[in-house]
Design a protein around this ligand. Structure first.
Ligand code: ATP
Ligand code: MG
Ligand code: FE
Length: 349
Protein backbone atom coordinates (compact mmCIF):
# COMPACT_ATOMS: atom_id res chain seq x y z
CA UNK A 1 0.00 0.00 0.00
CA UNK A 2 1.05 3.60 -0.54
CA UNK A 3 0.36 5.76 2.50
CA UNK A 4 0.71 9.48 3.15
CA UNK A 5 1.49 9.87 6.85
CA UNK A 6 1.58 12.87 9.17
CA UNK A 7 3.33 13.04 12.55
CA UNK A 8 2.84 15.99 14.92
CA UNK A 9 2.84 14.38 18.38
CA UNK A 10 5.60 16.54 19.82
CA UNK A 11 8.04 19.00 18.33
CA UNK A 12 8.64 17.58 14.85
CA UNK A 13 6.26 18.40 12.01
CA UNK A 14 6.71 15.43 9.69
CA UNK A 15 5.05 14.16 6.54
CA UNK A 16 6.07 11.11 4.52
CA UNK A 17 4.92 8.90 1.72
CA UNK A 18 5.73 5.24 2.22
CA UNK A 19 5.15 2.37 -0.17
CA UNK A 20 5.44 -1.18 1.11
CA UNK A 21 8.09 -0.49 3.75
CA UNK A 22 10.08 1.81 1.47
CA UNK A 23 10.29 5.57 1.88
CA UNK A 24 9.23 7.52 -1.21
CA UNK A 25 9.57 10.93 0.43
CA UNK A 26 10.09 12.15 3.98
CA UNK A 27 9.95 15.69 5.35
CA UNK A 28 10.92 16.36 8.97
CA UNK A 29 10.82 19.90 10.24
CA UNK A 30 12.15 20.13 13.77
CA UNK A 31 11.15 22.88 16.18
CA UNK A 32 14.16 22.18 18.42
CA UNK A 33 15.70 25.60 17.75
CA UNK A 34 12.49 27.29 18.92
CA UNK A 35 12.08 25.21 22.10
CA UNK A 36 15.78 25.23 23.00
CA UNK A 37 15.55 28.65 24.64
CA UNK A 38 13.06 27.16 27.14
CA UNK A 39 15.14 24.00 27.76
CA UNK A 40 12.27 21.76 26.63
CA UNK A 41 9.12 21.57 24.54
CA UNK A 42 6.43 24.18 25.23
CA UNK A 43 3.11 22.57 24.20
CA UNK A 44 1.27 25.69 23.00
CA UNK A 45 4.26 26.86 20.97
CA UNK A 46 4.50 23.38 19.41
CA UNK A 47 0.84 23.36 18.27
CA UNK A 48 1.18 26.79 16.70
CA UNK A 49 4.29 25.80 14.78
CA UNK A 50 2.59 22.65 13.47
CA UNK A 51 -0.34 24.75 12.20
CA UNK A 52 2.04 27.08 10.41
CA UNK A 53 3.93 24.47 8.47
CA UNK A 54 1.90 21.28 8.17
CA UNK A 55 0.23 22.19 4.86
CA UNK A 56 3.52 23.15 3.29
CA UNK A 57 5.09 19.88 4.50
CA UNK A 58 2.24 17.87 2.94
CA UNK A 59 2.63 19.67 -0.38
CA UNK A 60 6.40 19.24 -0.32
CA UNK A 61 6.19 15.53 0.48
CA UNK A 62 3.78 14.96 -2.40
CA UNK A 63 5.90 16.97 -4.83
CA UNK A 64 9.11 15.13 -3.86
CA UNK A 65 7.39 11.77 -4.26
CA UNK A 66 6.36 12.54 -7.82
CA UNK A 67 3.01 10.93 -7.03
CA UNK A 68 -0.53 12.26 -7.30
CA UNK A 69 -3.50 11.77 -4.98
CA UNK A 70 -4.73 8.90 -7.14
CA UNK A 71 -1.57 6.94 -6.20
CA UNK A 72 -2.27 7.24 -2.46
CA UNK A 73 -4.22 4.37 -0.85
CA UNK A 74 -4.66 5.79 2.66
CA UNK A 75 -4.00 8.83 4.84
CA UNK A 76 -2.43 8.26 8.26
CA UNK A 77 -1.71 10.44 11.26
CA UNK A 78 -0.37 9.90 14.75
CA UNK A 79 -3.34 10.27 17.13
CA UNK A 80 -1.85 9.05 20.46
CA UNK A 81 0.07 9.40 22.72
CA UNK A 82 1.50 12.91 22.77
CA UNK A 83 0.59 16.55 23.29
CA UNK A 84 -3.13 16.73 22.46
CA UNK A 85 -2.98 20.17 20.83
CA UNK A 86 -0.04 19.07 18.70
CA UNK A 87 -1.61 15.72 17.74
CA UNK A 88 -4.85 17.46 16.72
CA UNK A 89 -3.06 19.51 14.06
CA UNK A 90 -1.80 16.46 12.15
CA UNK A 91 -4.91 14.40 12.79
CA UNK A 92 -7.24 17.16 11.57
CA UNK A 93 -5.14 17.64 8.45
CA UNK A 94 -5.29 13.88 7.79
CA UNK A 95 -9.06 13.72 8.31
CA UNK A 96 -9.55 16.61 5.90
CA UNK A 97 -7.40 14.97 3.23
CA UNK A 98 -9.18 11.65 3.75
CA UNK A 99 -12.54 13.32 3.31
CA UNK A 100 -11.62 15.48 0.34
CA UNK A 101 -9.76 12.77 -1.56
CA UNK A 102 -12.05 9.92 -0.44
CA UNK A 103 -9.30 7.82 1.13
CA UNK A 104 -9.42 5.65 4.26
CA UNK A 105 -8.09 7.22 7.47
CA UNK A 106 -5.67 5.28 9.65
CA UNK A 107 -4.90 6.66 13.10
CA UNK A 108 -1.51 5.50 14.35
CA UNK A 109 -0.14 5.00 17.84
CA UNK A 110 3.19 6.85 18.00
CA UNK A 111 5.02 3.93 19.62
CA UNK A 112 3.91 1.57 16.84
CA UNK A 113 5.70 4.00 14.55
CA UNK A 114 8.92 3.59 16.55
CA UNK A 115 8.47 -0.22 16.54
CA UNK A 116 8.03 -0.46 12.76
CA UNK A 117 10.79 2.02 11.86
CA UNK A 118 13.06 -1.05 11.62
CA UNK A 119 11.00 -2.28 8.65
CA UNK A 120 12.82 0.48 6.79
CA UNK A 121 16.09 -1.34 7.60
CA UNK A 122 14.80 -4.82 6.80
CA UNK A 123 11.54 -4.96 4.83
CA UNK A 124 11.40 -8.75 5.28
CA UNK A 125 11.18 -8.52 9.09
CA UNK A 126 8.01 -10.09 10.55
CA UNK A 127 6.69 -10.58 14.10
CA UNK A 128 7.02 -12.17 16.55
CA UNK A 129 9.94 -10.20 17.96
CA UNK A 130 10.90 -8.26 21.06
CA UNK A 131 10.98 -4.48 20.76
CA UNK A 132 13.26 -2.43 23.01
CA UNK A 133 11.58 0.94 22.79
CA UNK A 134 13.83 3.72 24.08
CA UNK A 135 12.62 7.24 23.42
CA UNK A 136 12.19 10.60 25.09
CA UNK A 137 9.06 9.49 26.93
CA UNK A 138 9.24 5.70 27.02
CA UNK A 139 11.51 2.83 27.97
CA UNK A 140 9.65 -0.40 27.33
CA UNK A 141 10.15 -4.00 26.37
CA UNK A 142 7.26 -4.91 24.11
CA UNK A 143 6.43 -8.40 22.91
CA UNK A 144 5.25 -7.78 19.33
CA UNK A 145 3.03 -10.77 18.55
CA UNK A 146 1.54 -9.40 15.35
CA UNK A 147 0.57 -5.97 14.05
CA UNK A 148 -1.86 -4.59 16.64
CA UNK A 149 -1.18 -7.26 19.28
CA UNK A 150 1.33 -6.21 21.94
CA UNK A 151 2.24 -7.24 25.45
CA UNK A 152 4.25 -4.81 27.57
CA UNK A 153 6.79 -6.88 29.50
CA UNK A 154 8.89 -4.16 31.08
CA UNK A 155 8.86 -0.41 31.63
CA UNK A 156 10.77 2.32 33.41
CA UNK A 157 9.75 3.11 36.95
CA UNK A 158 10.79 6.75 36.63
CA UNK A 159 12.69 8.54 33.83
CA UNK A 160 12.71 7.29 30.25
CA UNK A 161 16.13 6.56 28.71
CA UNK A 162 16.02 9.62 26.45
CA UNK A 163 14.82 11.77 29.33
CA UNK A 164 17.84 10.56 31.38
CA UNK A 165 20.17 11.68 28.57
CA UNK A 166 18.40 15.05 28.42
CA UNK A 167 18.53 15.58 32.21
CA UNK A 168 22.19 14.58 32.53
CA UNK A 169 23.11 16.91 29.65
CA UNK A 170 21.22 19.70 31.37
CA UNK A 171 22.98 19.21 34.70
CA UNK A 172 26.30 19.32 32.84
CA UNK A 173 25.12 22.51 31.08
CA UNK A 174 25.54 20.94 27.65
CA UNK A 175 22.28 21.97 26.00
CA UNK A 176 19.11 20.35 24.62
CA UNK A 177 18.35 17.69 23.46
CA UNK A 178 21.04 15.91 25.44
CA UNK A 179 21.24 12.51 23.72
CA UNK A 180 23.17 13.46 20.58
CA UNK A 181 25.47 15.83 22.53
CA UNK A 182 26.42 13.23 25.16
CA UNK A 183 26.83 10.58 22.45
CA UNK A 184 29.35 12.80 20.65
CA UNK A 185 31.30 13.65 23.86
CA UNK A 186 31.29 9.99 24.95
CA UNK A 187 33.32 8.98 21.90
CA UNK A 188 36.18 11.11 23.31
CA UNK A 189 35.88 9.77 26.86
CA UNK A 190 36.74 6.68 28.92
CA UNK A 191 33.60 4.65 29.71
CA UNK A 192 35.36 3.06 32.69
CA UNK A 193 36.45 6.37 34.24
CA UNK A 194 33.63 6.50 36.79
CA UNK A 195 31.67 3.49 38.04
CA UNK A 196 27.96 4.38 38.18
CA UNK A 197 24.90 2.43 39.41
CA UNK A 198 22.80 0.66 36.77
CA UNK A 199 19.60 1.10 38.77
CA UNK A 200 17.93 -2.17 39.64
CA UNK A 201 14.24 -2.22 40.42
CA UNK A 202 12.80 -4.32 43.23
CA UNK A 203 9.47 -6.05 43.08
CA UNK A 204 6.92 -5.02 45.72
CA UNK A 205 7.14 -8.55 47.15
CA UNK A 206 10.95 -8.52 47.13
CA UNK A 207 13.52 -9.64 44.57
CA UNK A 208 14.70 -7.89 41.45
CA UNK A 209 12.31 -7.13 38.61
CA UNK A 210 14.26 -8.31 35.57
CA UNK A 211 12.61 -6.24 32.84
CA UNK A 212 11.83 -2.91 34.49
CA UNK A 213 14.37 -0.11 34.53
CA UNK A 214 15.06 2.99 36.61
CA UNK A 215 17.26 5.90 35.65
CA UNK A 216 16.65 8.47 38.38
CA UNK A 217 19.29 6.94 40.68
CA UNK A 218 21.84 7.05 37.88
CA UNK A 219 21.00 10.70 37.19
CA UNK A 220 21.46 11.55 40.87
CA UNK A 221 24.78 9.66 40.92
CA UNK A 222 25.99 11.76 37.97
CA UNK A 223 24.90 14.92 39.81
CA UNK A 224 26.82 13.91 42.99
CA UNK A 225 29.88 12.92 40.95
CA UNK A 226 29.80 16.26 39.13
CA UNK A 227 29.52 18.20 42.39
CA UNK A 228 32.44 16.27 43.90
CA UNK A 229 34.61 16.80 40.83
CA UNK A 230 33.76 20.52 40.73
CA UNK A 231 35.06 20.93 44.29
CA UNK A 232 38.52 19.88 43.09
CA UNK A 233 38.71 23.10 41.06
CA UNK A 234 39.93 21.19 37.99
CA UNK A 235 38.06 21.49 34.67
CA UNK A 236 35.17 19.02 34.62
CA UNK A 237 36.05 15.83 32.67
CA UNK A 238 32.78 15.95 30.70
CA UNK A 239 33.93 13.43 28.11
CA UNK A 240 34.65 10.81 30.77
CA UNK A 241 31.38 11.55 32.57
CA UNK A 242 29.44 11.27 29.30
CA UNK A 243 31.18 8.02 28.37
CA UNK A 244 30.64 6.49 31.82
CA UNK A 245 26.97 7.51 31.87
CA UNK A 246 26.32 6.27 28.34
CA UNK A 247 28.02 2.93 28.99
CA UNK A 248 25.91 2.45 32.13
CA UNK A 249 22.66 3.14 30.27
CA UNK A 250 23.72 0.78 27.46
CA UNK A 251 24.51 -1.98 29.96
CA UNK A 252 21.22 -1.54 31.84
CA UNK A 253 19.12 -1.64 28.66
CA UNK A 254 21.08 -4.52 27.13
CA UNK A 255 20.88 -6.67 30.27
CA UNK A 256 17.10 -6.38 30.37
CA UNK A 257 16.47 -6.82 26.65
CA UNK A 258 18.68 -9.93 26.45
CA UNK A 259 17.15 -11.53 29.56
CA UNK A 260 13.66 -10.86 28.23
CA UNK A 261 14.36 -12.19 24.73
CA UNK A 262 15.93 -15.38 26.13
CA UNK A 263 13.13 -15.93 28.67
CA UNK A 264 10.42 -15.56 26.01
CA UNK A 265 12.30 -17.49 23.33
CA UNK A 266 12.34 -14.53 20.93
CA UNK A 267 15.42 -14.52 18.71
CA UNK A 268 15.07 -11.01 17.28
CA UNK A 269 15.35 -7.74 19.20
CA UNK A 270 14.11 -4.67 17.35
CA UNK A 271 15.18 -1.33 18.82
CA UNK A 272 13.13 1.82 18.36
CA UNK A 273 12.96 5.45 19.54
CA UNK A 274 15.49 8.29 19.67
CA UNK A 275 17.94 6.42 21.91
CA UNK A 276 18.19 3.71 19.21
CA UNK A 277 20.54 6.24 17.56
CA UNK A 278 22.97 5.98 20.48
CA UNK A 279 26.33 4.61 19.39
CA UNK A 280 27.10 3.09 22.80
CA UNK A 281 23.82 1.19 22.89
CA UNK A 282 24.15 0.05 19.28
CA UNK A 283 27.61 -1.36 19.90
CA UNK A 284 27.02 -3.00 23.29
CA UNK A 285 23.62 -4.55 22.49
CA UNK A 286 24.93 -5.88 19.19
CA UNK A 287 27.98 -7.44 20.93
CA UNK A 288 26.02 -9.15 23.71
CA UNK A 289 23.23 -10.28 21.38
CA UNK A 290 25.64 -11.98 19.03
CA UNK A 291 27.15 -13.90 21.98
CA UNK A 292 23.64 -15.32 22.51
CA UNK A 293 22.91 -15.85 18.81
CA UNK A 294 20.20 -13.21 18.90
CA UNK A 295 19.54 -10.87 16.00
CA UNK A 296 19.34 -7.12 16.66
CA UNK A 297 17.82 -4.60 14.30
CA UNK A 298 18.02 -0.82 14.51
CA UNK A 299 16.12 1.73 12.39
CA UNK A 300 18.17 3.76 9.88
CA UNK A 301 19.79 6.59 11.91
CA UNK A 302 17.52 9.34 10.61
CA UNK A 303 14.37 7.35 11.42
CA UNK A 304 15.24 6.76 15.11
CA UNK A 305 13.88 10.10 16.32
CA UNK A 306 10.41 11.29 15.36
CA UNK A 307 9.49 11.16 11.68
CA UNK A 308 6.46 10.32 9.55
CA UNK A 309 8.02 7.48 7.52
CA UNK A 310 7.76 5.20 10.56
CA UNK A 311 4.12 6.24 11.02
CA UNK A 312 3.49 5.37 7.36
CA UNK A 313 5.10 1.96 7.91
CA UNK A 314 2.83 1.20 10.86
CA UNK A 315 -0.22 2.48 8.96
CA UNK A 316 0.58 0.30 5.94
CA UNK A 317 0.62 -2.77 8.21
CA UNK A 318 -2.82 -1.86 9.58
CA UNK A 319 -4.09 -1.06 6.09
CA UNK A 320 -3.13 -4.54 4.86
CA UNK A 321 -4.99 -6.06 7.82
CA UNK A 322 -8.12 -4.12 6.87
CA UNK A 323 -7.99 -1.80 9.88
CA UNK A 324 -9.61 1.61 9.31
CA UNK A 325 -10.28 4.53 11.67
CA UNK A 326 -13.53 6.52 11.68
CA UNK A 327 -13.43 10.24 10.83
CA UNK A 328 -14.63 10.84 14.41
CA UNK A 329 -11.29 9.55 15.76
CA UNK A 330 -9.96 11.70 18.61
CA UNK A 331 -6.47 12.55 19.81
CA UNK A 332 -5.38 11.08 23.14
CA UNK A 333 -2.50 12.20 25.34
CA UNK A 334 -2.13 8.71 26.80
CA UNK A 335 -2.91 5.27 25.41
CA UNK A 336 -1.02 2.06 26.20
CA UNK A 337 0.33 0.46 23.02
CA UNK A 338 -1.49 -2.73 24.06
CA UNK A 339 -4.77 -0.83 23.42
CA UNK A 340 -4.12 0.21 19.80
CA UNK A 341 -7.03 -1.75 18.37
CA UNK A 342 -9.28 0.88 20.01
CA UNK A 343 -8.28 3.14 17.12
CA UNK A 344 -9.90 0.93 14.49
CA UNK A 345 -13.30 -0.29 13.38
CA UNK A 346 -16.24 -0.32 15.72
CA UNK A 347 -13.91 -0.09 18.74
CA UNK A 348 -12.70 3.36 17.73
CA UNK A 349 -13.49 6.33 20.00
P1 ATP B 1 8.13 9.40 22.72
O1 ATP B 1 8.45 8.72 21.43
O2 ATP B 1 8.35 8.53 23.93
O3 ATP B 1 6.81 10.07 22.71
P2 ATP B 1 9.84 11.50 21.77
O4 ATP B 1 9.05 11.30 20.53
O5 ATP B 1 10.04 12.86 22.31
O6 ATP B 1 9.22 10.57 22.92
P3 ATP B 1 12.04 10.46 20.29
O7 ATP B 1 11.90 11.47 19.22
O8 ATP B 1 11.81 9.06 19.95
O9 ATP B 1 11.26 10.85 21.61
O10 ATP B 1 13.51 10.58 20.86
C1 ATP B 1 13.99 11.78 21.41
C2 ATP B 1 14.93 11.39 22.52
O11 ATP B 1 16.01 10.64 21.98
C3 ATP B 1 15.52 12.57 23.25
O12 ATP B 1 15.43 12.33 24.63
C4 ATP B 1 16.98 12.57 22.78
O13 ATP B 1 17.89 13.08 23.73
C5 ATP B 1 17.21 11.10 22.54
N1 ATP B 1 18.29 10.85 21.59
C6 ATP B 1 18.40 11.24 20.30
N2 ATP B 1 19.59 10.87 19.77
C7 ATP B 1 20.27 10.22 20.74
C8 ATP B 1 21.55 9.62 20.85
N3 ATP B 1 22.38 9.60 19.83
N4 ATP B 1 21.88 9.05 22.04
C9 ATP B 1 21.03 9.05 23.09
N5 ATP B 1 19.83 9.62 23.06
C10 ATP B 1 19.43 10.19 21.92
MG1 MG C 1 11.24 15.51 19.19
FE1 FE D 1 8.89 9.52 19.51
Amino acid sequence: ATVLAIETSCDETAVAIVKNRHVISSIVSSQIAIHRQYGGVVPEVASRQHVEIVNQAIAQSLTESGLGWSDIDAIAATCAPGLVGALLVGLTAAKTLALVHQKPLIGVHHLEGHIYASYLTDPTLEPPFLCLLVSGGHTSLIYVKECGVYEILGQTRDDAAGEAFDKVARLLNLGYPGGPILDRLATEGNPKAFPLPEGKVSKPEGGFHRYDSSFSGLKTAVLRLTQTLQQSGQPLPVNDIAASFQATVAKALTRRAIACALDYGLNTIVVGGGVAANSGLRQHLQDVASQHNLRVLFPPMKFCTDNAAMIGCAAAEHFEKGHRSPLTLGAQSRLPVSDVMKLYGSNAN
